[in-house]
Design a protein around this ligand. Structure first.
Ligand code: CA
Length: 226
């Protein structure tokens, strides 16, 4: 289910029609009020959110979604007009998963939605079974890891590190957070350990090693561009 918040009826109808044609269930809302009511009943896979809306605007709606634990993880794609609105929205860094710049084509909308869903749902697919991201797979039960179809031998720490990253696609972890999760609290401060293990992990994963990104000045994340 995809929720679509757009006050212009003709655009909203076209979006719903196109989404249905692409195999997605979709519901449209003309403002935040109806949307938040529906959200009580159903959790959508993705929310398409216009910025200029009557009543509460899209920026405020996104902030509310992100501030509540039960809705914070729902992917949001924002629709913005070109120019000052776009600049403002990008400047605010609201944490939307993607931005569509109006006017956008319906096919572009569908492909961008598919990309966001691939990215955000990759790590959640069959939770407890196999974690998958692009050409990378990790089985938390058997500890099997494969990259590009090739089995990869990891140490226990490397496996744990990769698993934490893959379980939280796109989330940025600081070195201290990773240290604590993988090595335990007594290693606090030994952040070089994390860098060394990430470097080894990247090498062992071959092409898939590039999925692990260094976030300058912060730490690491996986899947930002997968
Ligand atoms: Ca609008």
């Amino acid at each position: 289910m995809i929720f679509c918040i757009e006050d212009e009826e003709s655009i909203r109808d076209l979006m719903i029609y196109t989404l249905n044609g692409a195999g997605f269930d979709a519901k449209g809302f003309s403002d935040g009020k109806g949307f938040f009511e529906a959200l009580q009943q159903e959790r959508p896979r993705l929310i398409l959110l216009d910025i200029m809306l009557p009543g509460e605007d899209g920026i405020s709606i996104l902030k509310r979604l992100r501030s509540k634990e039960e809705t914070a993880g729902i992917p949001v794609m924002m629709a913005t007009a070109k120019g000052t609105e776009y600049d403002k929205v990008m400047g605010l860094d609201l944490g939307a998963d993607d931005y569509l710049v109006k006017p956008f084509g319906m096919m572009e909308m569908i492909s961008r939605i598919r990309a966001v869903l691939r990215r955000t749902e990759a790590g959640y697919k069959d939770k407890g079974k196999i974690l998958q991201m692009g050409a990378l797979e990790l089985n938390p039960e058997t500890y099997a890891v494969s990259a590009d179809g090739e089995r990869v031998q990891l140490t226990l720490k490397e496996h744990k590190l990769l698993r934490i990253l893959m379980e939280n696609p796109k989330r940025v972890f600081t070195r201290d957070q990773l240290l604590e999760s993988v090595w335990g609290i007594e290693y606090a401060g030994e952040t070089r350990t994390v860098d060394v293990h990430v470097a080894t992990l990247r090498t062992k994963l071959g092409q898939c090693g590039s999925y692990i990104e260094t976030v300058r000045g912060v730490g690491y994340r996986i899947g930002g561009d997968v």
